[in-house]
Design a protein around this ligand. Sequence first.
Ligand code: SAH
Length: 392
Amino acid sequence: MSKSTFKTNPDACPLAKKCGGCQLQNMTYERQLKWKQAREEILLGRFGRVGKIIGMDNPYHYRNKVQAAFGRTKGGKYISGVYQSGTHRIVNVDSCMIEDETADSITVDIRNMLPAFRIMTYDEDKRTGFLRHVLIRRGFTTGEVMAVLVAADSYFPMKKKFTAALLERHPEITTIVLNINPKDTNLVLGDREEVLYGKGYIEDELCGLRFAISPKSFYQINPVQTEKLYAKAIEYAALDKDTTVIDAYCGIGTIGLAAAKTAGQVIGVELNRDAVHDAISNAKRNSMKNIRFYCADAGDFMDDMVTQGERADVVFMDPPRSGSSRKFIDSLLNMAPEKVVYISCNPETLARDLRLITKKYKAQKITPVDMFPHTHHVETVVLMTRNNAGKG
Ligand code: SAH
């Protein structure tokens, strides 16, 4: 390794210690990639050769969803940003090296507009005040921008004037939503919503498909790398019109919809009802007719399929950080699809699950993808084929 690899990052963030979000930010990007590659090799090397990690050309400002908590200092100054790690103390953020720059500038302007509009920030201890958080989401391909004001109640007499003033400063905003969250909770968004401007959601394109993103929708936060990850997963699956595919833990259906372009039919399964709802409307939006979505625990669903004698040729699985369940893996091994493509956001649970799956499968290809530069997270896509594939 060259000496330059170990140089610290010249762009290191002054808030790094307080925020704690970018654990690797004192390394150069080149070194971060080597660190992640080495970690993957330690955890996954025993299952097969780990390919070269897919990094970002420009590993900055990739987060297209930015959330800021609002409050005041003891001296009464308005602040907005992230909670200091492990606390509810707000660290004031003007710009962040991984967040979308438009999103940061909108958030700072909202903060600066508050005194003129006499808008109070919410005080978590006293449970008084109005503005709790601001959430900005930006469509990477479409450029559409959503600003969500999260407030403790719906009484907002200045809303028309505030909306007009914000749009004047940021004409790139395509929709503004007031979200009402009166609860004493760690969840940012509440249940009620009022659209103050525009259509209430933004659209974006991923893998040539169009997706609607509302304030609450799950959507990958780094679209540049997500495209590379899904393209790799689809390439590994080598689909054709005769293949039946299961997209397990499908979220809003992104992988399944991308697969449906070439596969015969696709079945998506997901536990979160809202995500399933979004997945169904995304299928309609893209006129995809060979895909169906079910709201169920992925393990139960696979188990039912096996009991009913149904099967698939390819199973994509993209479980949460905790990995897959024993029930899912047992059913998968019973169903015995020719190929399993495992997409993982946690190499530790991936290694645990691979130990079981590789009883009947061989890991043919393993590719790490850097979805979250400067953090310690690493995503992996693994292609597995059945040991006696072709024979039964
Ligand atoms: N494949 C999607 C989402 C992956 S995130 C994408 O790339 O966009 C993991 C998903 O698994 C989440 O949507 C979560 O709601 C879902 N999930 C968690 N536990 C589950 C379970 N037991 N059964 C089915 N889905 C589950």
